[in-house]
Design a protein around this ligand. Structure first.
Ligand SMILES: *Cc1c(COP(=O)(O)O)cnc(C)c1O
Length: 384
């Protein structure tokens, strides 16, 4: 019988056959570039670390088991995983993306992907009809973030999977914001799942990593070929850091989500706050869809202040919460999407999406929730 998620976070895939010979409890860091051959034409299964390394294999098997994937490759960053994914396409291919997207992915699509002959349409994927209106014969993939960054829009993954199947498209889902603990896109019909492992999976704001998980063997072979050829794979020590982070994924996600729910409700009641974007609030337009496809709303919140001055005051006055990019770790972080994560998104697009000077994004960490709220409270107060 298959182990539960919490157990798989700690022990990896239950039918994983590779066991280190000393029975070390913490999986060893195989800090080696290459592996000796046991004889002519014979291999231990490990030849060169760019292609395969035991520490990375253990991590990849663990992520595959959490995402119910056929195979996973661990990359040196989330963006390396996204870049590898777009190597699947040919000049002339067309991709439809969520319009609200991690800023680095928008930059990649508008620069190198276009240079390589891909064309892209950014649409509001919360509305499946809008996806249909931009479909073309050369459309090859749907690229979705749900909840999206930073507006927390929810896209119906089952609906997208049905459309992808009907039109023979690949459904690619960036699952960074919920982590496999709360959402498993492959179970909902996705073909490829992307993670920035720098976020919830590693969970301690101490490493940069990325994952690309495939739903079937054919895709897995193509991704393996891309990874070994382009080479942006994760180093053994970083693999170990992410493995250690994943051991506590379940407990971290539970508590961070609990904290986020309290912070979101508290923020909603503050006079200086105009709007809170959090899929765990019943008034969120994607609340029901998120509930139907995910096991929670996670710990990412965006909110709009009543003025630019308030937004700036919060960023300058927070003490416990760090004003920094990134998310998903034990430390609460607050981000200014307009200048930090989305400066390369064209201004009219940002305006259309709602990424304005009054929008702040908060990654709720593992501190005591009362302390997080007290910090926000003092930051929101106008100084006398
Ligand atoms: C951070 C992030 C990425 C990029 O990952 P890196 O590890 O920073 O390269 C991609 N997608 C989302 C949703 C992210 O939050």
């Amino acid at each position: 019988m298959r182990n539960q998620m919490e157990t798989r976070c700690i022990h990896g895939n239950s039918d994983f056959s590779f066991r280190e010979s000393t029975r070390a409890v913490s999986f060893p860091i195989y800090q080696t570039a290459t592996f000796g051959h046991v004889g002519l034409g014979q291999s231990t299964g490990f030849d060169y670390t760019r292609v395969k390394n035991p520490t990375r294999q253990h991590l990849e098997e663990t992520v595959s088991s959490l995402e119910n994937a056929c195979d996973t490759v661990a990359f040196s960053s989330g963006m390396a995983a996204v870049s590898a994914c777009f190597e699947l396409f040919e000049p002339g291919d067309h991709i439809i993306c969520s319009e609200d997207l991690y800023g680095g992915v928008t930059r990649l699509l508008c620069t190198f992907c276009q240079k390589n002959g891909l064309s892209v349409d950014f649409v509001d994927t919360t509305d499946l009809e809008k996806i249909r209106t931009v479909l073309r014969p050369e459309t090859k993939a749907l690229y979705i973030e749900t909840p999206s960054n930073p507006m927390m829009n929810i896209t119906d993954l089952r609906g997208c999977a049905a459309l992808a199947k009907e039109r023979h498209l690949l459904l690619i889902v960036d699952n960074t914001f919920l982590s496999p603990y709360l959402q498993n896109p492959i179970d909902l019909g996705a073909d490829l799942v992307i993670h920035s492992g720098s976020k919830f999976l590693s969970g301690h704001n101490d490493t940069v990593a990325g994952f690309l998980s495939s739903a079937n063997g054919e895709l897995a072979d193509r991704i393996r070929m891309i990874a070994k050829t382009t080479g942006g794979v994760l180093a053994p020590f970083d693999c170990w850091l992410v493995l250690r982070g994943i051991k506590t994924l379940a407990v971290r996600m539970e508590r961070q989500q609990e904290n986020a729910g309290k912070v979101a409700r508290w923020l909603s009641a503050q006079p200086h706050i105009r709007k809170v974007f959090y899929a765990g609030l019943p008034e969120h337009p994607g609340y029901e869809i998120n509930r139907a496809q995910a096991r929670g709303a996670g710990s990412m919140i965006s909110f709009r202040t009543d003025s630019v001055e308030t937004a700036h005051r919060v960023l300058e006055k927070v003490r416990l919460i760090t004003f920094a990019e990134s998310l998903g770790g034990t430390e609460s972080l607050i981000t200014y999407p307009m200048t930090q994560t989305h400066p390369d998104v064209p201004a009219e697009m940002r305006e259309h999406l709602g990424i304005t000077e009054t929008l702040l994004r908060l990654s709720v960490g593992l501190e005591n929730c009362d302390d997080i709220i007290a910090d926000l409270k003092q930051a929101l107060e106008e100084s006398v």
